[in-house]
Design a protein around this ligand. Structure first.
Ligand code: GTP
Ligand code: MG
Length: 196
């Protein structure tokens, strides 16, 4: 399975506009600005596949990138950012929760968190929900380049210690879209999830 072959399929305002709920999908979720779209671009080796921005709230629709006829990567709108007009936010937060609750072909959830602010309430809620839904979770601590090695390792260890508390299939890695650290680990987990 080659992630480089990913191509944009659709930007869906709600789940009714998505491709048929068949095959397999892996979705990237997390707080606004966590680095979801950036990580997708690193994974697919395509700098401008998913749109990124300094301003939180960039991704407001469900963006679908097909790998082949059966397999798709999903860039979800972020959650938890206060400085977005409420009406706008409600619209895309509804799309997000509908996607998570309804999408049967979802095979795994990548939960991205800024390594400097990991495991906020909504992140924990999402991981708990995924475990309850029998969905495997990969927690990705993004922007690892922002911390020195010691602090990076300490945060990773702290999150690893918290993981058994969630039960289920949850693992954690550090990642940087700048220096691509963590990319082999991300790829290997996704390869597993996408195997029938
Ligand atoms: P929304 O679509 O708003 O939910 O955000 P997102 O999670 O898709 O974040 P996005 O990928 O757009 O990145 C947000 C900002 O963080 C951008 O300015 C990126 O350049 C920056 N960023 C993302 N990943 C990294 C990283 O690994 N290291 C550093 N230093 N900056 C990063
Ligand atoms: Mg985004």
């Amino acid at each position: 399975l080659s992630f480089q072959k990913a191509h944009f399929t659709i930007s869906a305002p709600d789940i009714r506009h998505l491709p048929a709920d068949s095959g397999m999908e892996v979705a990237f979720a997390g707080r606004s600005n966590a680095g979801k779209s950036s990580a997708l671009n690193v994974l697919t080796r395509q700098n401008s596949l998913a749109r990124t921005s300094k301003t939180p709230g960039r991704t407001q629709q469900i963006n679908v990138f097909a790998l082949d006829d059966e397999r798709r990567l999903i860039d979800l709108p972020g959650y938890g950012f206060a400085k977005v007009p409420l009406e706008m936010k409600q619209k895309w937060q509804l799309a997000l929760s509908e996607y998570l609750q309804e999408r049967k072909c979802l095979r795994g959830l990548v939960v991205l968190m800024d390594i400097r602010h990991p495991m906020k309430d909504l992140d924990q809620e999402l991981i708990h929900w995924a475990v309850e839904s029998n969905l495997p979770v990969l927690a990705v601590l993004t922007k690892a380049d922002k911390l020195k090695s010691g602090a990076r390792k300490a945060t990773l260890l702290k999150i690893k210690e918290a993981i058994p508390g969630f039960g289920g299939d949850v693992s954690v890695i550090t990642f940087s879209s700048l220096n691509k650290s963590g990319l082999p680990e991300l790829e290997s987990v996704l390869q597993q999830w996408f195997q029938t």
